[in-house]
Write a protein that binds this ligand. Sequence first.
Ligand code: SF4
Length: 412
Amino acid sequence: APAPPPARHLFSDPAEVGALRGNLLAWYDRCKRDLPWRALAATEPDADRRGYAVWVSEIMLQQTQVATVIDYYNRWMQKWPTLQALAQASLEVNELWAGLGYYSRGKRLQEAARKVVSELAGRMPRTAEDLQKLLPGVGRYTAGAIASISYGQATGVVDGNVIRVLCRLRCVGADSSSPAVIDRLWDMANVLVDRSRPGDFNQALMELGATVCVPKSPLCGECPVKQHCQAWRRKLLGKAPPVPDVEDCSVGDCPLCPPASEPWDSSLGVTNFPRKAAKKPPRAMRTATCVLERRGCHGAPEYLIVQRPSSGLLAGLWEFPSLPLAQDLQEEKEREELADHLQAWMGWPVAAKDLQFIGEVIHIFSHIHQTYVVYSLHLEGDVTLDPALSPSRWVTEDEFHTSAVSTAMKKV
Ligand code: SF4
């Protein structure tokens, strides 16, 4: 087994741990944000509904900002207040989720709810271990969050905010995305979590990361745990001549210190931590998109949307007819390819010159830098599309906005 990390990276003094918990919880009680799932976690007497309410919030909050989630969350809980209601819901799940991004999350949540209803008699597992084992799509973090917040289990959680706070509290400068470092951070979180208020403690640690110990320019002066923070201490001492015990443990050897090649940079202060190995740049993609428009029976314009395949990126969502393009095509060639694509599909001649170029729309998905090259085409008369190619329908502008279309298509 690897040697235990040096003491400066641990929370080994019980008195200090007790003080840190107390300071953090007192700050949380004073400053916490009012959020609908917090209210439900605190007031819902039915344990299964409480677990469900926290679960929905945690899945929505993955990769989406709190401010955006609130409204979706309220609508969701109004529509499907219980696991049973969600298990019976229809396709609307996808529609309500559209706009939150990472669409498969909604579908997976529903599948998991169905499993709880059909295989676990509607009873939510009560511990992090069981939650992770029995619920599809529930990983270590979500399981810990549900178990601590809904069921009071004294188990820690590690998310992006917690990683940052812990790395600063304990001067962890090794690559914070490496599995070995992440494991150590879980150990720390489990040691630190308050035994009597684990859910509040975990939320407090995350809230500290979201509002005070932020990535750039953290507000250390206002931080309730600064007296327990090694990065802060080191920054203050950095102004004085070097002091041996705040230097890196033993350069090059410690699994949690910054690599010897990238030592402490005093111009960065506490933001020396955390550190990550350089990320791969997102992949660039170009897609030609055509907004096909016709005059509907009441004279208002209608637009054609088609459904994407049921797997892969943006699975099952609707979009304007689109065609992925090779990277380095001339504009003229792109237009011809799009015209050919539309022609094959409509069985109707489409001249490239009739496609009117509108502009380009850039949309960043998690790992893809997507450029949509947008054209429009007005059609006279009726068009029949080859249904074998993909399901399609004509919609008014209002219908477009209430259909399950991606944020990128709304931009288009
Ligand atoms: Fe973060 Fe600064 Fe507080 Fe340390 S003192 S935990 S770096 S905000």
